[in-house]
Design a binder for this molecule. Structure first.
Ligand code: DC
Length: 222
């Protein structure tokens, strides 16, 4: 099996780019952020303190996550409810970042993610795929961009989704998530030593897509 690990900070365009590269190569695209977001959604709905590991851990036995692949891509089901759209809200990114710091949450998702890579050619995106989940991945990419570029892109997406926010707020949220994701003790976001660094700050979407596709093709010899 071929596995491609794509890690990087929030808003670097990982999911949009990875989804398209996976479709081009006929690989299964696995958005691991959606799994953390679904746990964040469940814990928020239950009114749990997201920073409290034992409170979040106590909820895990009540959570069943299922990924399904439909014509329009990956759908995520939380206890049989399709939460694909609900988990995309900006507030769920922050909730995911909070719950993802807990060892019990990471252990809960680790095996599911590894199993997918054992049975399919995958392109998996997240924060710890090249460092923890798939340390022997065929290709590893660390996809990043400056905080200015990421905030601009994220803000445009929010406008399209008609989310009520400002560029300053989007940027502050990104900086906070960068800090949380890189400073946690459990599987913090960092570039694996053998990951190819791809900085898309000065690239538009098409250029970023071509650069990622070329990097994956070259690394996997396909
Ligand atoms: O990629 P995303 O924005 O959907 O991820 C949401 C949060 O989930 C992110 O801030 C950190 C966490 N996450 C993680 O810790 N490990 C992953 N493999 C994927 C996401």
């Amino acid at each position: 099996m071929i596995s491609v690990a794509i890690d990087g900070p929030s808003g670097a365009g990982k999911s949009t780019l990875a989804r398209r590269v996976a479709a081009e190569l006929g690989f299964l695209y696995v958005d691991t952020g959606a799994m953390y977001r679904a746990i964040g959604l469940y814990a928020s709905r239950r009114g749990a303190d997201l920073k409290d590991e034992s409170a979040v851990g106590a909820l895990l036995p009540g959570i069943r996550l299922r990924l399904e692949y439909q014509e329009d891509g990956q759908h995520i089901y939380l206890n049989d409810e399709d939460v694909t759209a609900a988990v995309r809200a900006e507030s769920m990114g922050m909730a995911a970042s909070a719950v993802s710091g807990h060892a019990c949450v990471r252990a809960f998702l680790l095996q599911v993610q590894r199993d997918m890579a054992e049975t399919h050619n995958v392109l998996m995106d997240g924060r710890d795929i090249g460092t923890v989940v798939l340390p022997n991945a065929t290709v590893k990419v660390f996809l990043t961009a400056s905080v200015e570029a990421r905030a601009e892109r994220r803000y445009k997406e929010c406008l399209q989704k008609k989310e009520d926010t400002t560029l300053e707020k989007v940027r502050a949220d990104l900086e906070q998530r960068d800090w949380q994701d890189t400073h946690r003790t459990e599987a913090p976001l960092r570039r694996a030593d053998d990951a190819v660094l791809l900085d898309t700050s000065a690239m538009d979407f098409e250029e970023s897509y071509q650069a990622l596709l070329d990097t994956v093709r070259r690394g996997a010899g396909i």
